[in-house]
Design a protein around this ligand. Structure first.
Ligand code: IMP
Ligand code: MG
Length: 426
């Protein structure tokens, strides 16, 4: 059995949670590979909404879930997530890679200070960027450090000194921070989460060696990747399928399938260029239909038309083998529906996503208008969910087939509603 990566093809919030939940039924292991509490993955089960920030959504199916080394984990938020699952009677088997980094208050303070200064990119304020910054500066704290807290004292002192200097020199904020306080916090984390710390790389490789089925769950989206995304308006990790291999610790040849998830339209939270951003009043209509408010921050999401240039770029970067299109139900009764085929920049038409943000900022979308579709009847829904794609309204089928041609990649899943079972397999 294979390793499958699920990756977002836009700026996050594509509905990855739902697709992962759907395909994880037969999984042996489910692994989150980057980011941290900035993510919000939602699964709707019998009308009840489950929100995940760190844990792979397969926890809901009682699967063994792992947090890989490339993640930055907020212990306080992770404990809350575990507690809320426990209240639902779910006690997930969890392994946290010892190499994953711990988000501390100092990281959250820095993120908060930058955003409050008004000069930030519109982060989730979860301390993600600073934790990765400290990791790269080799002053980060990892889960494996929890067994030897006294031995990392000099590293802690250095990161506290750095934080004080940044807060005071860059943001003019004076705070009292002392190493004892952080040490005490780490002891608490050790007592509560220490039992979960292990070696995810070994676990995943051994599971694959035995023929197991492993799901590698991405967070955010390809266009938020720190290298390939719309830098500097990005998150601070590599979000692509390639990053999954590195974070988890498996060779690239071990991945068999890469499922790219995209909405039938586009959303983006935070600042940064967004060529297909919709005008009012359509933007508000789609935002309300799609409940486009951040799972993690509650912020209203910016809403736009489907951007084939951007999604094709993401398909290329990830080596996507099949596509899942979500939230087609949130575009019902919108007519016409626009799709961006190319950009116009400096009087020229381009069909490839520019690698320079300066160029992207000048891009104007070239649209084609397609006929919209109405709401599905119950009968059509039931028939379509049996796998009968032809039961869907003609305009919707045309839309999906049109996207498939543009993307040059098979669209295997079409999500027609929020509930777990509401996916049409083609
Ligand atoms: P950070 O990841 O909190 O540092 O935020 C950096 C950028 O990524 C901001 O524009 C955020 O809105 C965006 N972002 C981070 N996580 C998510 C997510 O899960 N969905 C959508 N956007 C996200
Ligand atoms: Mg989300």
């Amino acid at each position: 059995m294979p390793a499958v990566v699920i990756v977002g093809l836009q700026w996050g919030d594509e509905g990855k949670g739902k697709i992962v939940d759907f395909i994880s039924e037969n999984a042996d292991l489910a692994v989150r590979y980057q980011g941290g509490a900035n993510a919000g993955h939602t699964v709707v089960l019998n009308g009840k909404i489950y929100r995940f920030h760190h844990l792979p959504v397969a926890a809901l199916r009682g699967k063994h879930v792992c947090l890989a080394s490339g993640m930055v984990i907020d212990p306080v938020k992770l404990l809350k997530e575990l507690e809320s699952l426990n209240r639902e009677g779910i006690q997930p088997k969890l392994t946290i890679d010892g190499k994953a980094h711990i988000v501390l208050d100092i990281h959250k303070m820095l993120d908060e200070a930058e955003e409050s200064s008004g000069k930030g990119v519109g982060t989730t304020r979860m301390g993600i960027g600073p934790t990765y910054t400290y990791k790269s500066a080799r002053v980060g704290i990892r889960f494996s450090d929890l067994v030897e807290i006294e031995s990392i004292r000099s590293r802690l002192e250095k990161s506290i000194t750095m934080t004080k200097a940044l807060l005071s020199d860059v943001y003019n904020i004076k705070v009292e921070l002392d190493v004892e306080h952080v040490t005490q916090f780490l002891h608490e984390v050790a007592s509560k989460l220490g039992k979960y710390v292990g070696d995810v790389a070994r676990l995943v490789n051994e599971t694959l060696d035995k023929g197991g089925f492993v799901i590698l769950e991405g967070a955010q989206g390809t266009l938020l990747d720190i290298d390939h995304g719309t830098y500097p308006f990005v998150t601070s990790s590599n979000t692509t399928a390639g990053a999954a291999c590195n974070s988890v610790g498996i060779g690239p040849k071990r991945v068999d399938e890469i499922i790219g998830v995209t909405k039938a339209y586009t959303t983006r939270v935070g600042k940064g260029p967004f060529p297909t951003e919709m005008e009012e009043p359509v933007a508000s209509i789609v935002r309300e239909k799609g409940k486009e408010y951040g799972t993690t921050t509650g912020r209203p999401r910016r809403v736009g038309w489907f951007d084939a240039v951007a999604v094709r770029y993401s398909i290329m970067l990830n080596g996507v083998t099949s596509v899942a299109v979500t939230k087609v139900d949130c575009l019902t009764n919108i007519d016409p529906v626009k799709v961006c085929l190319a950009y116009e920049v400096n009087g020229q038409e381009v069909k490839t996503f520019p690698s320079s943000l300066h160029v992207l900022e000048k891009c104007k979308p070239v649209y084609v208008e397609l006929e919209g579709w109405r709401e599905l009847s119950e009968k059509e829904k039931v028939e379509a969910l049996k796998g009968n794609f032809d039961a869907l309204p003609k305009q919707l089928r045309d839309y999906i087939e049109f996207l498939e041609k543009l993307l040059v990649c098979p669209i295997k899943y079409v999500s027609i509603g929020a509930e777990r079972r509401e996916i049409v397999i083609r």
